[in-house]
Design a protein around this ligand. Structure first.
Ligand SMILES: Cc1ncc(COP(=O)(O)O)c(C=O)c1O
Length: 458
């Protein structure tokens, strides 16, 4: 059979409110053109994020009932720790309430003024936590990773030569660790190859620098390695994922992605002394080391989610449904980041809205247009999220790509929801010239995409 079916059936449903264009226009204006500010009920297809939006399985819900809520040494903790140790081989497993809590603890320990943290592309919370510590976050993705049309199979790879040159230039003592984001969310959800991780590890080892993974989407990265990297087709996603972790000294994970849960995170490390210091910080703000800001039932749901996500049938369906959206958009001539990655399709907003300059936020304009058109919520990953204004010159700085991310929640939408999204994008593309740019009216100093207020340029 050629059709790939969802490898699950639906036992519980949640209604979607079908809105009219007039209702959506009002909602959009009330939210000052920022879709983080609208009630989720006003959204018909919510592709804002794949984070924390998964549907849980019957086994995960059963685990929620079994959860042991003891303060210290709960049964659920031992279950969770055993699953994570088996999966990753990391001796120290610290539960956190979500990915950014793991990042905050890690960078409070190792970063600080004068330090530099390289990565392929840092995610926004990772960058913000590094900068909050006073350190500098550097993106060293390969050149192909910045070209939306390039179909390189591993556009999330780190530029190993640039990494080495950086360490030589600043000295290894200023680089407390190197990160690799798998898959590379800010760079189009593109995977990192095993060969690249091995090369990065070799450089890090030569200079005594630990390598940490931002492993939110480790299973999707492993499944893409299985499909795209020579010699990997015969291996299981689980074995590939384990090899990825074996190459690292630690990892931060937001379990809200490949943990298939609505809340939860993990900080993993091999170094005993660093782990003891991390435990102290964990207790300070998250909770005791055997629950870390989570309930016992959350630990059970995560333990089960980390097992289910490596099911080969699940991964086949997952990658196929994302690619289905991408290939249909491409067939209609819509510019996207190619090839389709693991969790999302990224529209190339600079090209979709080529009449809107980066200073008028083409990505944000496209996000608003998709909502107006069909009640679809997406996210801008461009000049709103990563742009800034130079305080000394007043000049705007823009990132290399202006993207709109259509992130697909795991096990939530069916093929007809995806078909509806394709139809909406095609209709909008045909009248792209009518989309208007935006200007920022009000914005905070950091993470401005969550709360900035905009107005349309008429
Ligand atoms: C690559 C990456 N790292 C870190 C995070 C932060 O995780 P959380 O939202 O759980 O704090 C995210 C969330 O989207 C992410 O995609």
């Amino acid at each position: 059979m050629k059709t790939v079916i969802e490898p699950f059936k639906i036992k519980m449903v949640e209604p979607i409110k079908l809105t009219t264009p007039e209702q959506r226009e009002q909602t959009l204006r009330r939210a000052a053109f920022n879709l983080f500010q609208i009630p989720a009920e006003e959204v018909m297809i919510d592709l804002l994020t794949d984070s924390g939006t998964s549907a849980m399985s019957a086994e995960q819900w059963a685990g929620m009932i079994r959860g042991d809520e003891s303060y210290a040494g709960a049964r659920s903790w031992y279950h969770f720790e055993a699953v994570l140790r088996e999966l990753t081989g990391m001796p120290h497993v610290l539960p956190t309430h979500q990915g950014r809590a793991s990042e905050r603890i890690l960078f409070e320990l190792v970063a600080g003024p004068g330090k530099l943290i390289p990565s392929n592309n840092h995610f926004d919370t990772t960058r913000a936590n590094i900068e909050h510590s006073g350190a500098q976050a550097l993106d060293l993705v390969i050149a192909e990773g910045k070209d939306p049309r390039n179909r390189h199979p591993f556009k999330g790879n780190l530029d190993v030569a640039r990494l080495e040159a950086l360490i030589e230039e600043v000295g290894p003592e200023r680089v407390p660790l190197c990160m690799a984001t798998v898959t590379n969310n800010s760079g189009g959800g593109q995977p990192v190859s095993l060969a690249n991780l091995q090369a990065v590890r070799a450089v890090c080892q030569r200079y005594g620098i630990p390598l940490f993974l931002d492993a939110c989407r480790f299973a999707e990265n492993a499944a893409l390695i299985q499909r795209r990297e020579p010699g990997q087709a015969g291996r299981s996603a689980r074995a590939i994922a384990r090899e990825m972790f074996d190459l690292a000294d630690g990892a931060t994970i937001s379990a809200k992605k490949d943990g298939l849960v609505n809340i939860g995170g993990v900080l993993l490390m091999r170094d005993d002394a660093l782990a003891r210091r991390a435990d102290d910080l964990l207790i300070l703000t998250e909770g005791f080391v055997t629950y870390g800001g989570l309930a016992g039932r959350d630990l059970e749901a995560m333990a089960q989610g980390f097992l289910e996500v490596l099911d080969e049938n699940y991964l086949q369906y997952r990658l196929w449904s994302v690619a289905y959206l991408g290939e249909h958009l491409l067939k209609a001539g819509i510019p996207i980041v190619e090839p389709p990655g693991g969790h999302a399709i990224y529209l190339d907003a600079a090209s979709f809205c080529s009449h809107i300059p980066p200073s008028a936020f083409p990505g944000q304009a496209l996000v608003c247009a998709l909502y107006r058109q069909a009640g679809i919520r997406s996210t801008e990953i461009g000049s709103v999220m990563f742009g800034s204004v130079d305080p000394s010159t007043g000049e705007s700085r823009h990132p290399p790509m202006e993207l709109v991310r259509l992130a697909i929640p795991r096990r939530v939408y069916t093929q007809s929801h995806i078909d509806y999204t394709i139809e909406a994008a095609i209709e909008l593309f045909e009248r792209a010239n009518s989309i208007r740019g935006l200007r920022i009216v009000e914005a905070p100093a950091t993470l401005r995409h969550f709360t900035a207020r905009f107005e349309e340029i008429v």
